[in-house]
Design a protein. Structure first.
Length: 154
């Protein structure tokens, strides 16, 4: 009877370890897909001037809300607000689907852009992100509106 109890305990532990090890390597940041939605009321400025062509996107998933994808002219830049890093994004790696974009996670060290003077502040109805792009030497400002608080209507 004791052997049977130990045997079932060992079997359970082995199955648990196998399940944990099998699930550990399934989602790596390099293979993760992002679905980006356009942020309509966002504002972008380069050296206090609005670029002729720009667009701002944020991921659909709330857990990835610290990422921002910028289109400046023909150049895409992914910002990681939490880590205060910027990444270059090749336009060929982006799939447009209407007003939305689907892409891989570009937050890899080989795509880093030199940046400095990061500032992330809450300015009332928006979040203001300021940084200096190292390759341009210009001040980039991105103003992201906060989502409306609809808790009063529930």
């Amino acid at each position: 009877m004791t052997f049977s109890r130990y045997s079932s305990t060992i079997t359970f532990k082995l199955v648990l370890v196998f399940v944990l090890l099998a699930g550990a390597g399934t989602a790596t940041p390099q293979t993760e897909r992002f679905h980006w939605k356009a942020v309509n009321l966002a504002q972008v400025k380069l050296d206090d001037k609005t670029p002729l062509a720009f667009n701002v996107y944020q991921p659909e998933k709330k857990k990835d809300s610290h990422f921002v994808l910028l289109l400046l002219g023909r150049r895409y830049i992914e910002l990681d607000i939490k880590s205060k890093l910027a990444y270059s994004v090749p336009a060929a790696d982006i799939q447009k689907k209407g007003s939305e974009i689907e892409s891989d996670n570009f937050a890899v060290p080989r795509r880093l852009i030199a940046t400095s003077d990061w500032s992330v502040r809450d300015v009332g109805p928006a979040e203001l992100i300021k940084l200096t792009l190292g390759d341009y030497g210009r001040l980039l400002e991105v103003e992201l509106p906060h989502p409306p608080d609809l808790r009063a209507f529930y």
